[in-house]
Design a protein around this ligand. Sequence first.
Ligand code: AMP
Length: 193
Amino acid sequence: MINIVLFGPPGSGKGTQAQHLIEKYNLKQISTGDLFRFNMKNDTPLGQLAKSYIDKGELVPDQVTIDMLVHEVKKPTDTAGFIFDGFPRTAGQTEALEQIVNEVLGAPISICLSLVVEDEALVQRLLKRGETSGRTDDSNEEIIRNRIKEYYAKTAEVAELYKQQGKYVEVNGVGSIEEISEKLFAEVDKIQK
Ligand code: AMP
């Protein structure tokens, strides 16, 4: 089983690269951002709660996010593993994920792939995406900068935890989509050998 944590600031291309990794390794993607957006679109109680944080570019509280993730991991699937996109974002979520994958899947996190893109490029990419995505959190530069700031403030400790386990790999997220995918595949292939 391959369980990948895909790491990277908003706008680093996580979603696109997750798609390529899914196809290549037959994985199920769990994107906490997508799950929150689905709930907001359907105006569920979870969506209403998440919206109050997401609209400000803040993180949704850990317990709410973890409960949603557990529910998703427990759903039956015939894939060869999972790709966690946008989760974990805090040390608490990292510990929870470790426990969830061990208990529910009986397998550890294999690798944490981190896409690296500098801040100004991220802001420009997100503003551009905001022109068509319809996402309120993509349309305002101040909110975008806050999301990037939140990402680094909270996720530095997540990177540290995976570094300590020797599972953290940085990949340059600037270049053609295919080039970046190839670099990610090479890292996954290394751990499968
Ligand atoms: P994303 O699509 O991953 O950029 O997520 C969009 C927004 O959803 C984030 O700015 C957060 O407000 C919220 N969110 C997504 N994943 C998480 C998470 N793991 N923990 C807390 N909040 C999250």
